[in-house]
Design a protein around this ligand. Structure first.
Ligand code: NAP
Length: 259
């Protein structure tokens, strides 16, 4: 991987847990200066402390991606701490399950406000600083759920994850004149703290449906995000990469079993 991330100023929303923590770990490992953002400051500080152990520059910031004022304070703080801002990983998201017949309009709004509007607000707040970088990078965490696949209970979630890609395809055109690229990682099933609680049997069944026979690691997503943020990806914008161990490919259970 490129040495081009060394010293870069990076924000990771939702960096206190799961995939965001994996993204923060990979960028810190490349020598970037990383600011982790989450609503719960204690969790963000704990993650920053754990990742900063090996001499990496990782700090925490409490912010809610659904609030523009929080996002503006986030961008300003990162620029002050790191002497500018080069990369925004717009990763924070929620996925409460509710089927259409039981879903309240409030639940729909909460998911859309967080995943879709929160992506817009975090990007809007960072653009003034990314412009100054001259080679700003925005990496969105979307999903296979919505753009490619479906899962009962996730109509709202899938709509937001597909919506992020629609947003990206115009955002990348608008921001290209500033040298800012906008790309998205589409994870499959990734092993996070949240999933670990579902039990060994459940995880085994999930892994069995994936051609590479394992759930993804959070670092698998971090590595894809780091590619989009690297110098080598300077001419890549408005694109997606699916990181799912081949999960979306088998056209039937038989296709998997006969391999
Ligand atoms: P997670 O483990 O539940 O972590 C979510 C992170 O987002 C936490 O740091 C949380 O911290 C933060 N967050 C949530 N709402 C926020 C808000 N309003 N403002 C600021 N921070 C907020 O989730 P994850 O599984 O890593 O998922 C991260 C992203 O990956 C999401 O966009 C999700 O859609 C996507 N994804 C996940 C998977 C998977 O298998 N896990 C697959 C495909 C896509 P606080 O609660 O303290 O705010």
């Amino acid at each position: 991987m490129s040495a081009s991330l060394k010293g870069k100023s990076v924000i990771v929303t939702g960096g206190s847990k799961g995939i965001g923590k994996g993204i923060a770990k990979v960028f810190a490992g490349h020598g970037a200066k990383v600011m982790i953002v989450a609503r719960n400051l204690k969790d963000a500080e704990a993650a920053a402390q754990a990742l900063g152990k090996e001499g990496a520059t990782v700090s925490a910031f409490a912010g809610d991606i659904t609030k523009l004022s929080d996002m503006e304070a986030m961008a300003k703080t990162a620029a002050e701490r790191h002497g500018g801002l080069d990369v925004l990983c717009a990763n924070a998201g929620i996925f409460p399950q509710a089927k259409i017949e039981e879903m309240s309009p409030e639940t729909w709004d909460e998911v859309v406000n967080t995943n879709l509007k929160g992506t817009f607000l975090s990007i809007k707040a960072c653009v003034p600083y990314l412009k100054k970088s001259g080679q700003g990078r925005i990496v969105i965490t979307s999903s296979i759920t919505g753009p490619i696949t479906g899962y009962p209970g996730w109509t709202h979630y899938g709509a937001t994850k597909a919506g992020q890609l629609g947003f990206m395809r115009t955002a990348c055109i608008e921001l290209a004149k500033y040298g800012i690229t906008v790309n998205a990682v589409m994870p499959g099933n990734i092993m996070t703290e949240g999933l670990q609680g579902l039990g060994e049997e459940y995880l085994k069944t999930m892994a069995a449906s994936i051609p590479l026979k394992r759930l993804g690691a959070v670092e698998d997503i971090g590595n894809a995000a780091a590619f989009f943020a690297s110098k080598e990806a300077a001419y890549v914008t408005g694109q997606t990469i699916i990181v799912d161990g081949g999960q979306i490919l088998p056209e039937s259970l038989e296709a998997l079993a006969s391999a």
